[in-house]
Ligand binder design. Structure first.
Ligand SMILES: [Zn+2]
Length: 217
């Protein structure tokens, strides 16, 4: 059997098992989705979002890319964010990175100029490295330097989320969502929270939007 055929077979077994355990499972899911969480994670195959938090289908809206980045000009990411916040009305956004992230490791190294796309994508992590270069370079081992940049990258992405007009508007209008920055350990399977940004978080004036005062009618 070819490797991809195993996936199709596994899918049949999964579907059959679900129907036996809960006969109405797929009918209910097919009707609508109302996830409480938007998950922004790394594409790394060892960090499967639903599995590591034991989430069921329908519980998390998910966006994954190399090194869990929220780039304010990335229409893919922004489309996911806007749909999750404004249509699905998620209550929480979780940015979850992981230690020993290959994307972060690559951003700390010199890349071949021929890797045009990868270099462009990693440029954003390099900008975070530039901001914290003294702190990171002072760490004694490469593993520690990578892992500290992993943490700082997650914190940075959480803050970038708070700087978007989509999140600021939702905070202003609806007092949600809460933004969480989490880091996952590949070696122990555990998640540690790094940062929480609630809707009353003070935004750096540089990134604040000007919301008109609402008048009573
Ligand atoms: Zn990664």
């Amino acid at each position: 059997m070819k490797s991809f055929e195993k996936l199709l077979l596994a899918n049949k077994a999964w579907s059959t098992e679900k129907k036996i355990i809960d006969p109405g499972f797929f009918e209910r899911l097919a009707e609508t989705q109302k996830p409480e969480f938007l998950w922004i994670g790394c594409s790394d195959s060892r960090v499967p979002a639903e599995i590591i938090v034991n989430a069921k289908p329908g519980e998390m809206f998910i966006h994954r890319n190399i090194a869990n980045q929220m780039i304010a000009t990335d229409f893919n990411c922004l489309s996911v964010l806007q749909y999750a916040v404004e249509v699905l009305q998620v209550k929480h956004i979780i940015v979850c990175g992981h230690y020993n992230c290959g994307g972060v490791k690559a951003a700390l190294a010199k890349q071949s100029p021929s890797l045009i796309i990868t270099n462009k994508w990693l440029m954003h992590i390099k900008q975070t490295y530039r901001l914290y270069k003294d702190e990171i370079d002072a760490l004694p081992s490469e593993t520690q330097r990578i892992n500290r940049l992993v943490e700082l990258n997650i914190i940075e992405q959480a803050q970038i989320l708070a700087h978007t007009s989509i999140v600021q508007n939702a905070w202003h209008q609806h007092q949600r969502p809460v933004i969480h920055g989490w880091v996952y350990g590949l070696s122990d399977g555990l998640i540690n929270p790094l940062i929480t940004l609630t809707p009353d978080t003070e935004i750096d004036p540089v990134f604040q939007y000007d919301f008109p005062l609402q008048t009573a009618s």
